[in-house]
Ligand binder design. Structure first.
Ligand SMILES: N[C@@H](CCC(=O)N[C@@H](CS)C(=O)NCC(=O)O)C(=O)O
Length: 309
């Protein structure tokens, strides 16, 4: 990479809560970034050629290196900004369960806890009729194939209310979930809370004053310096760049073989490529493409399955 103004390209859509986790991380760290907007559901012709078919959002592109999943994107931000607290493995043992629920049951329950007609109204207002219909079809198809079964109805409401109350209790004793400084646990927990506010409007319960204080502090820096980039420009940048040097690899039975890597829970669509490096935290696939030459696609190991092609 030579042009630092396009060093960080976030492929996302505005309504994506997981993308919000990264947008806020950009705001807190002061990293300037470029935004390439994707449709809220596949097909994503502006992104699929880069990832090779990973279907989830967000994705970060740095030249010809493509980073899938917010855990891995956070690792990259932590490394470049020298803020170790942003690494997923910096989360304190007593916060691991909360972080994992925030990004699992709580995230899904934000939607499934609301009456379906209310959700329909919110989506229609944002997307219009055609897009809302396609969106429902897409997401129900995705969840049919998922290996997880999120709670719904009353159970989902209890999950959300319990989570908000738990956050308030924890934040009574500390400015941030990660201590005096904001850290990975805070970004993992804020995005479902903000998702609820964005989707349904309204305010946090007034009685949860510590949650209020933290929520405002988390949102205060905003998203930082964001510049819109047309998808074609992101393609040009990938084509002009070479992937960065690979890290030393562990030995792995599939190393230098064609493999498929994809999420093991939902949106499992795998990406095909040569396994070029395996580290304790990531798989890196080399994808030789006509449009961009060689791309390196990075995946976290946790939550992702690797299979021989
Ligand atoms: N573990 C993933 C989860 C990402 C995720 O679930 N993103 C949602 C959007 S917020 C998604 O991709 N939904 C399906 C889609 O947009 O096609 C991460 O941390 O990046």
């Amino acid at each position: 990479m030579t042009d630092s103004s396009v060093d960080w390209i976030l492929h996302h859509y505005e309504e994506s809560p997981y993308a919000e986790k990264i947008r806020l991380m950009f705001g807190h760290t002061g990293l300037a970034w470029c935004s390439v907007l994707s449709p809220p559901m596949p097909p994503r012709p502006n992104l699929d050629p880069l990832t090779g078919g990973y279907r989830r959002i967000p994705v970060v592109q740095r030249g010809a290196d493509i980073f899938c999943d917010t855990a891995l994107i956070a690792l990259e931000i932590a490394r470049v900004t020298d803020q170790a607290g942003l690494r997923p493995d910096a989360v304190a043992a007593e916060r691991l369960d909360l972080v994992s629920r925030a990004q699992g049951d709580v995230f899904f329950s934000i939607i499934t806890s609301e009456p379906p007609l209310k959700i329909l109204g919110a989506l229609l207002a944002k997307f219009g009729f055609r897009q809302t219909y396609r969106f429902f079809k897409d997401r129900s198809g995705m969840m049919k194939k998922a290996t997880i079964q999120p709670p719904s109805g009353k159970r989902a409401r209890a999950v959300v209310e319990g989570f908000f109350g738990e956050l308030d209790g924890e934040l009574a004793a500390t400015p941030f979930l990660s201590g005096d400084q904001v850290g990975y646990a805070d970004f993992a927990a804020i995005h479902p809370v903000k998702f609820k506010m964005d989707l349904m409007g309204g305010a946090l319960p007034a009685s949860l004053e510590h949650l209020h204080r933290w929520y405002n502090a988390m949102l205060l820096p905003g998203h930082g310096a964001r510049t819109e980039l047309p998808p074609d420009k992101a393609f040009e940048i990938a084509a002009a760049a070479e992937p960065r040097a690979l890290p030393p690899s562990e030995s792995h039975v599939q190393l230098h073989q064609q493999v498929r890597v994809g999420p093991d829970d939902y949106g499992q669509d795998p990406v095909l490529g040569e396994l070029v490096a395996v580290t304790p935290e990531r798989f890196i696939l080399g994808r030789q493409t006509q449009a961009f030459n060689l791309l390196h696609v990075h995946f976290p190991r946790q939550g992702y399955a690797l299979q021989p092609a």
